[in-house]
Design a protein around this ligand. Structure first.
Ligand SMILES: CC(C)(COP(=O)(O)OP(=O)(O)OC[C@H]1O[C@@H](n2cnc3c(N)ncnc32)[C@H](O)[C@@H]1OP(=O)(O)O)[C@@H](O)C(=O)NCCC(=O)NCCS
Length: 197
């Protein structure tokens, strides 16, 4: 996992987080709309953003996760992030996470970003399976996963307690064979990597 990884899609650049992203990350994560189905309450300071950037930068290549900021190509604004995490190398699986600023919802941007991230996971990491754990009430998230070919595999009851709210997990999985079989790998824009940002 090279830490200078850059992936271009039609409208986005996916790249590692930088110290200059702290304000944008805090703005995202203090928004209750963005955080409605997140695994933590909305942030009340920029400290978690600083930690997120520092941890990613310290980990660099070889970490068992990859988090990439989603940067709009037309104005260079950081509008979200997506990540592969809990990488189990033996079983060749990882989990996927993602979030996009509410002002950007409904334009297919997360679909575009996750096509590229999944392509990276199945190709560069050699994954056999990608998993997602979402709140079953998060219809937008469910739809994003289904459009990518994920199947809902089960419901884990009362798995999360965020603040005072207890919530279930809907568990989704996407196999390498389904990804290839659905032709989604070919649908991803050919990624460009490295220093052509
Ligand atoms: C979930 C989220 C990533 C969706 O991003 P997005 O860029 O708006 O999604 P897309 O535009 O790619 O939409 C994909 C599909 O989901 C549908 N969709 C998006 N938001 C929806 C909503 N709130 N309710 C129902 N469907 C929705 C779109 O209509 C589209 O459907 P289609 O394939 O039939 O055209 C975004 O709402 C988000 O970041 N939410 C806050 C953070 C979050 O909850 N992250 C997930 C945690 S598990």
């Amino acid at each position: 996992m090279p830490f200078d990884l850059v992936i271009h899609t039609r409208r986005l650049m996916l790249r590692p987080l930088q110290p200059a992203d702290v304000d944008a990350l805090y703005a995202l994560h203090r928004d209750p709309l963005f955080m409605r189905y997140w695994s933590t309450p909305p942030w009340t300071s920029d400290e978690p953003a600083r930690q997120m950037v520092a941890v990613d930068q310290a980990a660099g290549a070889g970490a068992d996760w990859l988090r990439l900021g989603l940067v709009r190509r037309d104005d260079d604004a950081l509008v979200g992030s997506c990540d592969l995490f809990d990488h189990d190398r033996q079983s060749r699986r990882a989990m996927i996470g993602y979030g996009l600023a509410p002002a950007q919802w409904g334009q297919g941007l997360m679909h575009e970003a996750l096509l590229a991230l999944l392509n990276h996971g199945f190709t560069d990491w050699g994954l056999n399976r990608v998993e997602a754990d979402i709140d079953p009430r998060n219809l937008g998230s469910a739809r994003v996963l289904e459009r990518l070919g994920f199947r809902r595999e089960g419901l884990l009851r009362q798995r999360w307690i965020v603040g005072d709210e207890v919530s279930d997990s809907a568990w989704y999985g996407l196999l390498r064979s389904e990804w290839r079989g659905a032709g989604l790998a070919d649908a991803a824009d050919p990624p460009s990597t490295g220093d052509d940002a």
